[in-house]
Each structure stands twice: as C-alpha cells, then as structure tokens.
Design a protein around this ligand. Structure first.
Ligand SMILES: [Zn+2]
Length: 467
C-alpha cells in the first residue's frame, strides 16, 4: 500500500514500524459546536485510510483527540453559564452520533484534553529543562522556535534564512520571537472558572501540546502515521513535531498525510455566505449519512472537493444503482454461500483493479470506477451466472465495501429505541427548564436535534421522536 508522505513529498510504502499494526494519530474536533462537513471530509478520509490498512491485512491503532478546552469552548461555556465539561459533552455526544451516521469506524482511543493535563505539564516541563521553552512576563510558557533546528521541515519552509523576518514585533512583547508558540497559557479573567495549577501558575495548555502529549502517551514516542486536514499542516503539525522531537530527541512520526479543503458550490464555506453546513443541516434537507459519505470520499483526498447539492443527487442515483445490482445478485445466489473465490474471472479482475487503485495513494475515483465496472458486468451477465458465481460476486462487493462503507446488503435496521445519550440530554433539559434557563433549554433542544431526535413540550413534560 503506497501513500503520499507530506514530510518527504514522495509516494512511499506504508508498512508498520513494529509488528503488524499501523499506529495512527488523527487530529480530532474542537467540541465547541457541531462539526461541519469540511471537518467530516477529513474524518471520512481517515476512515477510508484505516479501512484500507485493514483491507491490506494490517491492523490499526487509531487515536483521535477531543479538544475540550480552548478559547472557543471556554467562551461558549461561560456565555451559556454552564460548566465547561457539561458544555463540551453535548458536542462530544453529537460528534460520535455524526460519526455513526457517516459509518465511520470508531478509533481505538478518543482522549480528551482535559483528562490529560498532567501529561501536558510533564512535557512542557521537559522542554523547559532542555532549554527550548521559556516563561514570559505574562506567565505563559512559549516554545523557542529558533532552538529547534528542524523547525519547518514538514511545511518545507527554511526558517533559518528568514530569521530576520521573524523578529520580535512591537505588539508581541510577551514573546521573544513572533514564531514562538504557547505551550501553556496563563489564566486570564475571561477564563472564569477554567484553569489548572502548574509550576508556572494557574492556566491551561496550548492546543499544540495536547496532540504531542496524547499521541506519545498512546502510540509511543515514534509512531507510523499522523494525519489531518491540510490547514493543520502549518503551524499545528509543525509545532507537534518540534515539541515531541525537542523533548525526546527521536523522530516523532514516520509519515504524514493531509487531505485537501472542501468548498461548497465553488466557494469557501462560511456562515456569512450561507453555505455553511453541519451534518444535521444536510440530513434535515433529506439526505442520508450514506449519501453524504459517498460524496465526501468520492474525490481524491489530496484534491479540493467541491461539495454541491447536485453531487448529493448523483450520489443517491449511484447508490441506488449499486443497491439494485447487489439485491439482484443476492436473489441469484439463492441460499448458496457468499464468498469470494467462486466469482467469474471478470469480477476477480474488477477486485484486482479496485485494490490497485486503493493502494495507489487511496485513489478512490479509480476505485469507484472499478465498482461500477463490476455493476455493469454483473448486470450484463445477469441470469447467465450460477448461484455459486453470484455468491462470489457478492463476496467481491462485500470486500470492496470493507474500504468504502457505503453499500447496503439488505440488513440495515431501523432504530426506534431512544438512545442513552439522547435520554441524558433530555434529563439535562428538564433540569434547565425547571431552573427557567431557557437559553440552555434551547441549546439542548438543538443538541438533541443534532442526534436525530425532535423534542415536543407539553403539560406532561417532554417527548421525543426520531426525525
Ligand atoms: Zn492535532
């Protein structure tokens, strides 16, 4: 399996450094709001990546962090008048519900930043001891970029030759150098009740240190693969490398992969342009998680993806075509066994082409072409196939879907039971209403809606139904 490594800017073979497991770190969401489809493009790409690794017979240990303390989460919690943990829980729950709707396989570990403050403090302390960090007058701790010679190697920027350009600006008095970034942020009035004690006083960790500390805790000081959206490449990932390698003296990550931006109708997604969509926005318009997933993974991950409603319509038609074919093959198979190996030669060739495309830096447009080639040939062969051959073709579809995760095999079930996360939001909402906290009540209604349920209030209290 070959992938493009952003660090070397070359296509290289992805092989585990140790044993048969790829250790993978994927930057996760900041849980201050509902994730938008641009975020989900990256998570869907990472899902295809982990599925492709397994498709090739390797194992995956994936860690995805949850950023549950930063400027935005603190601002949100304080303005809603709720504890930070209660505020972020709503969006953590919504995030996991969204992943399920998009058929994204769960990572092995979802560490939350607030559960790992001691690990982050220890890492900052190590950097202080090594002389690559300093405390400024305002109490914050910064990483001294010029003390790490490899700085810029991921972004391919030569900072040595630009050193004068990084000179201290007048308004950056607290830092020695404008390129320096915060490892630990001193407590400010606006942080309210949020803060932890540290050797440098009360405060909270910077965003970058979170990923270095948690990735090394769960994956080791050197691991195989780190991914994220292209906007994470610099400075976030560059800073992660600097922190980790300055602390350990070892290579942090062997390979880096980044997925390109998503645009909507050719424009950058923004709330003011009216083209900003969360997953629930699209589901409210009647599209399914499967259709959205199809659009998100159907472009090459390193190309920009233009998200348009016409693409969702096309996805619906394309998926119907696959469903019809799979259903017909299922009937042909009858009660026979479903397994690859007994398929006709042309189906085997489609699978080989599919695998080749996946292993060519996750070339999904080519992989989908192989799927539709299989559909066309299967429809063409139709009743000329024996039950055994049909079982083999079905096995090929199933093997392809190990990577794609979009094919229905006639076994999807409808959920009617109210899930536990919805029930706990309902309880919180009942409390809020009792306390006449209408803003919080409305916010929780939105959170419940994001999980796919709508709330009705009556004299008897609240009731929910699936949307
Ligand atoms: Zn990160």
């Amino acid at each position: 399996m070959n992938v493009y490594n952003s660090l070397t800017r070359r296509v290289e073979e992805l092989r585990p450094l140790e044993g048969d497991t790829i250790r993978l770190y994927t930057c996760g969401p900041t849980v201050y709001n509902f994730a938008h489809i641009g975020n989900f493009r990256a998570y869907a790409f990472e899902d295809v990546l982990r599925r492709a690794i397994q498709f090739n017979g390797m194992k995956v240990r994936q860690v995805m962090n949850l950023t549950d303390v930063d400027d935005k989460t603190i601002r949100g919690a304080n303005s809603a008048g709720v504890a930070l943990g209660d505020y972020t829980k709503t969006y953590k729950d919504a995030f996991f519900a969204d992943l399920k709707k998009l058929n994204i396989q769960p990572a092995e570990v979802y560490p939350a930043a607030t559960d790992h403050i001691p690990e982050m403090i220890a890492l900052v302390q190590k950097l202080m001891e090594k002389g690559v960090a300093y405390q400024s007058e305002d109490g914050s701790v910064y990483f001294k970029v010029r003390e790490f010679p490899g700085y810029g190697k991921l972004a391919h920027i030569d900072f040595d030759s630009q050193r004068t350009g990084l000179r201290c600006a007048a308004d950056e008095y607290d830092k020695e150098n404008v390129g320096d970034f915060a490892l630990w942020k001193a407590w400010e009035e606006s942080d309210g009740p949020v803060g932890w004690d540290s050797p440098w006083g009360r405060g909270r960790p910077g965003w970058h240190i979170e990923c270095s500390a948690m990735s090394m805790k769960y994956l080791g000081e050197t691991f195989d693969l780190h991914t994220g959206g292209i906007d994470n490449l610099f400075p976030h990932h560059e800073n992660e490398i600097a922190q980790a390698e300055a602390a350990t003296g070892k290579e942090f990550v062997r390979m880096w992969m980044h997925c390109a931006h998503l645009r909507v109708n050719g424009e950058k997604m923004s709330k003011s342009a009216g083209n900003f969509f969360t997953l629930r926005d699209l589901m409210e318009k009647g599209y399914t998680g499967r259709e959205i997933r199809y659009v998100l993974i159907n472009a090459h991950y390193r190309s920009g993806l233009n998200f348009a409603f016409s693409a969702l319509e096309d996805a619906r038609k394309a998926l119907e075509k696959i469903d019809r074919c799979v259903e017909a093959v299922g009937k042909l198979k009858g009660s026979g066994a479903e397994r690859s190996g007994s398929e006709p030669e042309w189906a085997r060739k489609c699978l080989a082409e599919f695998a080749d495309a996946v292993n060519d830096d996750l070339n999904l447009p080519r992989a989908f072409a192989a799927v539709f080639d299989l559909v066309r040939r299967t429809n063409g062969a139709a009743s000329a196939m024996s039950g055994e051959e049909a079982g083999g073709v079905l096995g090929v579809f199933r093997r392809m879907d190990e990577v794609l995760g979009v094919v229905f095999f006639g076994n999807e079930k409808k959920e009617v039971e109210v899930p536990a996360d919805v029930r706990s939001l309902l309880d919180a909402r009942a409390e809020a209403r009792k306390a006449k906290n209408w803003a919080e009540s409305d916010r929780l209604r939105d959170a419940i809606a994001a999980l796919g349920w709508s709330v009705k209030d009556s004299r008897d209290g609240q009731s929910v139904s699936p949307r």
